[in-house]
Design a protein around this ligand. Structure first.
Ligand code: IPM
Ligand code: MN
Length: 346
């Protein structure tokens, strides 16, 4: 028998509501002999208002001891932009070296999307998670004057690029189509672009079975809409990946279904699983949020912990649930969670 020690960070807004459903489905899918221990962490806007803290070192230390982290959403209009994003969410990704930000997209039935009915849309974006313009490397000169100059430097290291590119090749190699597309903008961003392309080509020689492709990011956005079937695994930098995965979510059924994993493949630190959506303060507390993205993030969490069969059960349950959603009256957050918990029960 084994046990899972899970840190739970519900966070702000609908984070609370969707995480409750994610945990409900998780408890329901786990076999008897897997013991689940959860510990909730009070982090987010509420904590910041009360204490001024975003993520104290003591909390970081205690989070480190868990097998994985389930996070709801971070952010609130009452907190100045950037404080919680940098002080909490990005701090976790950087401190726990989540260099693979895994964001799968698959077209589920009955979803409101311009691509409805198109078969074979099933791709995964491997977004670099610890570098690029997210490192906070920049500055401002003559701030607030008409002559202000701001820079926001994108940091790309050979070490950082190679490890995420290698991870993406491994994932492509393990999938039936074995195709990997690098997305960048090397016609303009020549220094970083060439670093990425050179490493992509060099590492690729170790994976002869993987078919490779390169697209500039602007062209990639066109293909996400006109020809999403062409993608299998995509690897890209932190900012391009941020933008592309919102687009991917929008065209494959909406942000209510988009799951993600912030993964530290070495296992040195706990990986963190969260829906791609935010805290949606406009609908918070009303039972309107779709918990499906969180439930699918739980599937990614289980797969990361080696519980593949349970992950598949959750994904199949979501597909079956969506197949029956057609024309049905809208359900509450809790009702969707209950329905999924029943479907996955062993
Ligand atoms: C995401 C979010 C974050 C990001 C923000 C909230 C810092 O948009 O997870 O995609 O840019 O990575
Ligand atoms: Mn984003």
């Amino acid at each position: 028998s084994r046990s899972i020690s899970l840190a739970v960070v519900p966070g702000d807004g609908i984070g609370q509501e969707v995480v409750a459903q994610g945990l409900k489905v998780l408890s329901s899918v786990l076999p008897q002999d897997v013991k689940l221990e959860t510990k909730e962490y009070d982090l987010g806007a509420g904590r910041w208002h009360r204490t001024g803290e975003t993520l104290p070192d003591s909390e970081l230390e205690s989070l480190k001891a868990h097998d994985a982290i389930l996070l709801g959403a971070i952010g609130d209009p009452t907190v100045p932009a950037g404080i919680l994003e940098r002080g909490l969410l990005l701090k976790l990704r950087f401190a726990f070296d989540h260099y693979v930000n895994l964001r799968p997209s698959r077209l589920f039935p009955n979803t409101a999307t311009p691509l409805a009915g198109r078969p074979d849309i099933d791709f995964v974006v491997v977004r670099e998670g610890t570098e690029g313009p997210y490192t906070g490397n920049g500055g401002s000169l003559r701030t607030g004057t008409p002559a202000e100059v701001a820079t926001e430097v994108s940091v790309n290291t050979a070490y950082g690029v190679e490890r995420v590119v290698r991870d993406a090749y491994e994932r492509a190699q393990a999938r039936p189509r074995k195709k990997l597309t690098l997305v960048h903008k090397n016609n303009v961003l020549v220094y970083a672009g060439h670093l990425w392309k050179n490493i992509f080509d060099r590492v690729g020689s170790e994976y002869p079975e993987v078919t490779t492709d390169y697209l500039h990011v602007d062209a990639a956005t066109i293909f996400f809409v006109t020809q999403p079937e062409r993608f299998d695994v995509i690897v890209t930098d932190n900012l391009f990946g941020d933008i592309l995965t919102d687009l991917a979510a929008a065209v494959t059924g909406g942000i209510g279904l988009a799951a993600s994993g912030n993964i530290n493949p070495t296992g040195d630190f706990p990986s963190m699983f969260e829906p791609v959506h935010g805290s949606a303060p406009d609908i918070a507390g009303q039972g309107k949020a779709d918990p499906t993205a969180t439930v699918l993030s739980v599937a990614l969490l289980l797969r990361h912990l080696g519980l593949d069969a349970e992950a598949v059960r959750i994904e199949d349950a979501v597909a079956a649930d969506l197949a029956e959603r057609d024309g049905a009256a809208p359900r509450t957050t809790d009702e969707i969670g209950d329905a999924l918990a029943v479907r996955v029960a062993s």
